[in-house]
Design a protein around this ligand. Structure first.
Ligand code: ZN
Length: 89
């Protein structure tokens, strides 16, 4: 059995509904401000570079990190790849 469960945490309690609504409004506005947004397929195209030498395109790298911060599935995929590549940080 393997226990590779590093909690990580970072989940904050929702104190007020208002704060949450405001946050969503802001996220919505930001989403529309950005010209480009990655979906999971696109992200996976860049993951190898991201893990290897880093992405040349600064904006693209930011998009990758942004996607990873909101997409647990891709984060898991990156973790698996990272281990497969023998890169541990
Ligand atoms: Zn994703």
């Amino acid at each position: 059995m393997s226990n590779i469960d590093k909690g990580g945490g970072g989940r904050e309690a929702d104190t007020t509904m208002r704060a949450r609504a405001a946050e969503q409004t802001l996220a919505h506005a930001l989403a529309h401000t950005r010209e480009r947004e990655l979906d999971c397929d696109e992200l996976l195209l860049h993951v190898a570079d991201y893990l290897d030498s880093g992405i040349d395109d600064e904006e693209l790298e930011e998009l990758v990190e942004q996607h990873l911060s909101i997409c647990p599935d891709c984060r898991e995929a990156v973790e698996i790849l990272r281990r497969a590549l023998g890169r541990t940080e």
